[in-house]
Design a protein around this ligand. Structure first.
Ligand SMILES: [Zn+2]
Length: 476
């Protein structure tokens, strides 16, 4: 399968934009073509032009460009951010092997810097913020992200980090050749119940005209969401993976189609193979996922040809480390540790996201950007074993279709030897149903487990709207 449509060869940025249905908006009255965009649009085009090239660079070349950018960031952090000045200064040149404030940065020196956790950053309070931000980085925005454990993190971003966010959003549209002139429907946690805007938002409107956008809060139950989608008849849909899975189940189960729906995207949460299969079965289209966090921006986008992801290495240096801070080999899950290259208001240097991912081999799509084969979830999604170790629960392999009518499920580990299987199901479950479900769960997660089956009206989402398929209550 080719990502380039017939009749078009590998193209310039402008031609790619046109191929994706993005006629560039001109800021000069009386000028329709060739368009001259406004300042924000011009900056985005400049970024896209470079990123179209850099996505094909080798890993060595990408790493050396990252080091050039990181050298500036680290000097800034050492001079202006008390948290890093204390952390690195406390270790000293002897332990670190270099002084981040003055010495030339190399990948080896970089990997000597300590990994920082969310708790360390949160504990630092104001000391994690820069005392000075270069004026050209634009206005500093303060924001808040809810953690999976419910403890919020105050973070800061700049006009520059916002520009990077927009550039990666547009890259995602271009990679997947989206028609931006259609209607976009978003179902996510929202402040109000519904939203309606004339276009897709600031990111795209800086550069081109788009279709309208509508939004619905994910708090609505699946039947309400489904009837809203039928009424809206969108071209594009964005929601969380667990929610999409439930919607796909409803549409398949009721034999209802969304005739215009072409582009289905998921954000916030782990995508499992069954989510992808259910999406194709219900809507006849593939699920396209992206991996981002509020404080770090985009970390990875799905490859246009495969279900794997490409790390957005122009924006972040992403490492996969084991529990003692060493890189994990390809194919094994590692902790996602990220350095954000452009946030000078609140630098994140070797920041442990709490997520886990598996690195993949180089991709045959021609992009040199590092590959994540899968994003496997968060630390609290690990199962605690009686011997004190923690491992990935093989939830993907559990086939709950031994009992019909199950729409959503979640596993909750409440004790070392006890799992609750929480279900949204169309009808009450008989004793025999519960026993067959417990049997398949035990076969996959452990024969000695006590399995309790609990039927609920709806599944709980975490404070920031994430849905976890496996929740370990012992890890809090
Ligand atoms: Zn690829």
């Amino acid at each position: 399968m080719s990502s380039v449509p017939r009749g078009s060869k590998a193209s310039s940025g402008a031609r790619m934009l046109e191929a994706a249905g993005l006629p560039i908006r001109s800021a000069i009255e009386g000028l329709a073509w060739p368009a001259v965009p406004d300042k924000a649009g011009g900056s985005l085009l400049a970024m896209l032009w470079q990123m179209e090239r850099s996505e094909r660079f080798s890993q060595a070349r990408l790493r050396s460009l990252q080091m050039v950018q990181l050298r500036t960031l680290l000097r800034h952090a050492a001079a202006n951010v008390p948290f890093y000045a204390d952390l690195w200064g406390g270790l000293g040149r002897e332990r670190l092997g270099f002084d981040p404030a003055v010495d030339t940065l190399t990948p080896k020196r970089f990997s000597a810097l300590p990994v920082v956790t969310r708790e360390m950053i949160r504990g630092a309070g104001e000391a994690a913020f820069s005392k000075m931000v270069p004026r050209a980085h634009g206005s500093v925005q303060a924001s808040l992200t809810a953690g999976t454990t419910g403890a919020p993190l105050h973070f800061r971003a700049t006009g520059l980090t916002q520009l990077m966010w927009q550039a990666f959003t547009l890259r995602d549209h271009l990679w997947h050749r989206r028609d931006l002139t259609g209607k976009l429907a978003t179902i996510r946690p929202m402040r109000g119940p519904r939203a309606e805007t004339p276009d897709w938002g600031r990111t795209t409107s800086a550069l081109c005209s788009t279709g309208p956008a509508v939004g619905l809060s994910m708090e609505h139950d699946i039947v309400e969401q489904a009837s809203w989608l039928v009424e809206q008849d969108p071209h594009s849909l964005v929601t969380h993976p667990g929610n999409l899975y439930a919607l796909a189940g409803w549409f398949s189960g009721h034999g209802v189609k969304l005739p215009l729906l072409h582009d289905i995207r998921t954000v916030s949460g782990r995508v499992a193979p069954e989510h992808r299969a259910a999406c194709r079965a219900a809507f006849g289209r593939p699920l396209v996922d992206s991996y981002s966090t509020r404080e770090l921006g985009y970390l990875a986008l799905q490859c246009p040809r495969h279900e794997r992801y490409h790390v957005q290495e122009e924006g972040v240096l992403l490492e996969l480390l084991d529990d003692v801070g060493q890189p994990v080999p390809q194919g094994r899950p590692g902790r996602v540790v990220v350095t954000s290259l452009h946030n000078f208001a609140m630098p994140f240097v070797r920041y442990d996201t709490g997520d886990y991912a598996i690195a993949g081999a180089a991709c045959d799509c021609g992009r040199g950007l590092a590959v994540l084969e899968r994003i496997v979830g968060r630390g609290r999604n690990l199962m605690s074993m009686p011997d004190g170790t923690r491992r990935w629960p093989g939830c993907d392999l559990i086939h709950l279709d031994v009992v019909p009518g199950i729409r959503q499920h979640q596993f909750v580990q409440t004790a070392l030897d006890r799992i609750e299987l929480v279900l949204v199901a169309d009808q009450p479950l008989s004793q025999a149903d519960q026993e067959s479900l417990a049997t398949v769960v035990r076969a996959c997660l452990g024969q000695g487990l006590e399995v309790a089956v609990v039927r609920v009206e709806r599944l709980p989402y975490s404070a920031d709207g994430r849905f976890d398929e496996f929740v370990n209550l012992l890890s809090h």
